[in-house]
Design a protein around this ligand. Structure first.
Ligand code: SF4
Length: 394
């Protein structure tokens, strides 16, 4: 639903710690294709839904023996728009996964939804099947910004969907927001964040719009029809989010994520902490024991491989020790808990602490709000100082 929210964009770290794992299930159907989206998702492919659900079951059967020694502490149905499928089908799918994999009894189970694809009945059905967390792709409460993003829902349908989720009994609801669309002003973004806060969600993800060359937006920007996002304005927008959400009591626990106490997203925390994960579905990524692999992206090819009794793997890679070390730094520094200070040579972080970009918290080093804004650059600067240091382990 939102750039950077999907595991195909989040790079994993080192192997997990205690036999726990995350499960990602990709549903590649959408009502329409938003102009900025580069996810593996398709409009007009719903006729494949039945076969696709069968494919997920086949893939689960093939993958399950390799994951027998893992307990899944989180399940994330992402896409695409999982709620394009009837809630009964999603419930059946969840039941089928439960029969094939070992789930922690308290597993966090999230479904992403577009506001226009849920109503009270569907939401009650999801809750009854064990889904406890809903992530709504709201993006903005400014109608002009939604048009600019080519979103099909309205601010009112987002409010209605949120109210329906609460009425149905969801106690853990995330709102996804995007800032930096063409035409969005700082004031408009401020009103969006204020309106989001007024709804009192449990979790908010605020992403800076990025322009991917392969998208419709990317082509318009390349042709000079639309200006690219202004990085200075996006930085100001980020700080508005930090200020308003901090004042409202949300913990800024990751660059783009804020939560009320106890409501951090366990599934995404797993990516940042290096917990192994299995991705099921077209284009889904997996990671375990230093190896990562991904499925073929076209749903038809995904299904054909499974019909032939094969896992639909499209590629794989292993990271070198140096790459793993850099990645562990990047992932660790994304989150507010930071990294053990000993991962860096003495004094390496001092200039950044003095500049207010990082701070020491006990024996850990973490980025400040300002530092998180330039996390990638900081990690490169830190990584330049860890030559010869053992890559941080599990
Ligand atoms: S709804 Fe989300 S996944 Fe679907 S096209 Fe739009 S941004 Fe992409």
């Amino acid at each position: 639903m939102t750039p950077r929210a999907r595991d195909e964009h989040v790079q994993p770290g080192s192997a997990g710690i205690d036999g726990s794992a995350g499960l990602y299930v990709h549903i590649p159907f959408c009502l329409t294709r938003c102009g900025y989206c580069d996810f593996n998702t398709y409009a007009g492919l719903e006729h494949l839904a039945g076969a696709y659900l069968e494919g997920l079951t086949l893939e689960s059967d093939l993958a399950a023996p390799e994951w027998r020694d893992h307990t899944f502490v989180s399940v994330f149905f992402g896409g695409g728009t999982p709620t394009m499928l009837p809630s009964e089908r999603l419930g059946d799918l969840l039941g089928s996964l439960r029969r094939r994999f070992s789930f922690d009894p308290a597993a966090e189970i999230t479904v992403e939804a577009n506001p226009d694809t849920v109503d009270g009945r569907a939401l009650a059905g999801l809750l009854a099947s064990g889904v406890g967390r809903l992530s709504l792709g709201v993006q903005s409460f400014d109608p002009a910004v939604l048009v600019s993003l080519e979103r099909v829902h309205s601010p009112q349908s987002a409010r209605t969907a949120f109210a329906a989720a609460r009425s149905a009994g969801f106690q853990n609801v995330n709102l996804d927001l995007i800032y930096g669309a063409n035409g969005e002003t700082l004031e408009s973004w401020r009103r969006t964040v204020e309106e989001a806060v007024a709804l009192e969600p449990d979790h908010l993800s605020c992403y800076a719009l990025t322009v991917e060359p392969s998208t419709r937006l990317g082509r318009k920007v390349a042709a000079g029809m639309v200006p690219p996002p202004d990085p200075d304005l996006q930085a100001d927008m980020y700080h508005v989010a930090c200020d308003l959400l901090g004042a409202a009591g949300y913990e800024h626990y990751e660059i783009s994520n804020w939560a009320t106490p106890g409501r951090r997203c366990l599934h995404n925390m797993g990516y940042w902490q290096g917990r192994p994960y299995l991705g099921l579905g077209a284009g889904a990524h997996s990671h375990r024991d230093g190896r990562r692999w991904w499925n073929v992206r076209p749903p038809r090819q995904y299904l054909d491989l499974l019909d032939g009794g094969e896992l639909p793997i499209g590629g794989e890679e292993r990271l070198s020790d140096a790459e793993r070390a850099t990645e562990r730094l990047l992932l660790g520094l994304r989150v507010a808990d930071g990294i053990p200070a000993q991962w860096l040579p003495d004094g390496r972080a001092t200039p950044f602490v003095e500049d207010g970009l990082a701070e020491r918290r006990g024996d850990r080093l973490a980025l400040t709000d300002r530092g998180m804004l330039v996390a990638n650059e900081l990690v490169l600067a830190f990584a330049a100082g860890i030559g010869g240091v053992e890559p941080p382990g599990p």
